[in-house]
Write a new protein. Structure first.
Length: 221
C-alpha cells in the first residue's frame, strides 16, 4: 500500500466542510455580548457625542442590520398612528409583516409566515409569548433574521427596529399579556400606539424584559 495518500492527509488535514451561507455566527456574537441580562450597576454610560461606545454596543453594531431596522421602525410608527390601546401584539405583527420580516399567513408558498415559523403553535395569544417563542424556537427566530441581544441600559441605546418584550406585570404592564413594542427612534416605541421608552422599564433582568434586533443576512446564492 502506498504511503502517499496517508502523507498527504497528514500534511493537509481533512477536507474542510463547505460553509453555510447564513447570517453572522450567532454563538460568537453571543459570546461577545456575554450573558443576556439587565445591565449591571457598573454599566457604561449612554452612547453619545464625546462618550465611549460600550463594548456590547460595538458588538451589536457589527451585526445589526440598520436598513431592516429602519424599515421596521418606520412600519411601527405608521401602525402606531392608530392610537388604540390593548392591541400591542397585533400592532407589532402588522409592522413585522409590513417591513417584510415575517410573512402573512395568507402569502402563497410562505416560508416565513407566522404558521411556518411556529408562532401560531401556542405563542400567538399574548404579547409576552413572543419571547417564549423566540427562546423555544431559536432556529425559527434566526430564519426571519432576528436575534436576542442584551437589553440596553438606556433608551438612547435602543437601536431603531428593536423589538422589546415585557413580561406580565413588569413595569405595570398587563398582568395577562405583558407588552410588546418596537423602538422607533428618538426615544419612542410603537405597537398599536406610540409612547416613550421608559428607562426604568428596561431593567429587571432577562426574565422580565427581552430585546430582539434584525441582523445582517448574508446574500443567498
Amino acid at each position: 500500500m502506498s504511503l502517499l495518500p496517508l502523507l498527504l492527509l497528514v500534511l493537509t488535514g481533512p477536507a474542510a466542510a463547505e460553509p453555510r451561507v447564513k447570517g453572522p455566527d450567532l454563538q460568537a456574537v453571543a459570546g461577545a455580548f456575554g450573558p443576556l441580562s439587565a445591565a449591571s450597576e457598573a454599566a457604561a454610560p449612554p452612547v453619545g457625542e464625546g462618550k465611549a461606545v460600550p463594548v456590547q454596543q460595538k458588538a451589536l453594531v457589527k451585526i445589526y442590520d440598520s436598513e431592516r431596522g429602519a424599515a421596521l421602525a418606520e412600519a411601527a410608527k405608521r401602525r402606531g398612528r392608530s392610537g388604540t390601546v390593548g392591541g400591542c401584539y397585533g400592532g407589532v405583527a402588522d409592522a413585522l409583516e409590513s417591513a417584510g420580516i415575517i410573512e402573512s399567513d395568507g402569502t402563497p408558498d410562505a416560508t416565513k409566515s407566522w404558521g411556518a415559523i411556529g408562532v401560531n403553535s401556542g405563542f400567538a395569544a399574548d404579547a409576552y409569548q413572543f419571547t417564549r417563542w423566540a427562546r423555544a424556537m431559536p432556529d425559527q427566530l434566526e430564519r426571519v433574521g432576528l436575534m436576542e441581544v442584551p437589553v440596553p441600559a438606556e433608551p438612547s441605546e435602543v437601536l431603531p427596529g428593536t423589538i422589546v418584550v415585557y413580561q406580565r406585570e413588569h413595569c405595570g404592564f398587563s398582568s395577562d399579556s405583558g407588552h410588546i413594542e418596537i423602538a422607533a427612534g428618538s426615544g419612542q416605541a410603537c405597537s398599536d400606539h406610540c409612547q416613550a421608552l421608559y428607562g426604568q422599564c428596561l431593567g429587571g433582568g432577562s426574565d422580565r424584559v427581552a430585546a430582539f434586533v434584525p441582523f445582517r443576512l448574508a446574500p443567498q446564492d
